[in-house]
Design a binder for this molecule. Sequence first.
Ligand code: UDX
Length: 439
Amino acid sequence: MKISVIGCGYLGAVHAASMVELGHEVVGIDVDQPKVEALQQATPPFYEPGFEALLGRALASGRLRFSTDVRDAAGSIVHFLCVGTPQKRGEYAADMRYVEAAVESLVQVLAPGDLVVGKSTVPVGTAARLAELVTGKVPGAMLAWNPEFLREGYAVADTLHPDRLVYGLPADPEGETARALLDEVYAPIVSAGTPQVITDYATAEMVKTAANSFLATKISFINAMAELCEATGADVKQLADAIGHDDRIGRKFLNAGLGFGGGCLPKDIRAFMARAGELGADQALTFLREVDNINMRRRIRMVELAREVCDGSLLGKRVAVLGAAFKPESDDIRDSPALNVAAQLQLQGAVVLVTDPAALDNSRREWPHLDFAETPEEAADRADAVLLLTEWPQYLELDPVAFGRVVRKKRVLDGRNALSRTTWEGAGWTYRALGRRGT
Ligand code: UDX
């Protein structure tokens, strides 16, 4: 099938190459010329494990190309909308200008029978509005909403082997046609027995925001427990293990620490609250404000903990920050808790050196006032404290004995509850973590 993908960020670029892997012929469209050129030359413009190989294979097949010209989407039958919906500056609501622009330009090239498929995370009600626009401009064209649940770091696997397919469809007979087209696009995924939820636009849109709100709530729940553990001397990691054994609760997303960041969870819960307000249902989501507050408090607590271990003052103290990305296996620094903490430490007078295996280029560009180091050893040179803020596997494998020779004071703050406490303490380090007793 001939497919276009509008927007080639983390979501769209991976989606475009994955659709080629499924056997289709794909054109990826993006307004960002350097990004399009990089993709066309098989160079991923971002770090995502497995993507470079997938992109290389897709381009070599001759069935993938990239363009800045939306007219190249003409002739495709299915058009995926994969543009971003960031938070509006100074507001909770989502900035819909990229979605609007994408649809406005797409309708110029659509033909009757074409299907526009929204994958971006949007405020509930958007699909119905866009469907009117599409069918108004191009009678016979259709729109479906098919939210994407991929996690950065696992984007390729999540796209090729999703745990469910959600189709928000118009009423029949268009709904039936749209469903058949989507089933054809995802044929190998459908025949693998992947659960499908066939529903209306509003439910499909809400599935995504509800899922992300649930995940954010789960993280903030355990982080609220961490606050209590700090007040009582209990251990949040053992608490999470113990409640996680109950399979109604489950252990996943119960890792207490610095909390959530990234381009999705924070802005999605805020946009969800804003939309609920517009719909007159804001009370239903006031708990998300608390979820957000708990999450942001963890960053403040981390800075306090650093000050505590640095004998009550950060002034002139050398602090190593391991990790800049909002999570491991990603170079994404959008709303990164690690960089937020690093900046606060610096503001309080500490000499901060940040390192990261993948996100240094992005960090240097977006946070030019911070100082960076290429390796953990360089970052920790004569450090008074080492903070693990993003749990990259290579940091978890550091040898605390050898690493201890680099620093001035063997103090480690585990912002992700990811290091082996006994190993680090065994090597003579003072170990502190959010939600756990000091020694
Ligand atoms: C998320 C959703 O998981 C995905 O389904 C959706 O499509 C997009 O948003 P992503 O932003 O890639 O994906 O990251 P995710 O793995 O969900 O982690 C989000 C944040 O939560 C990270 O900052 C991570 O460090 C943090 N987190 C995660 C915790 O603090 N504790 C946990 O137990 C899990």
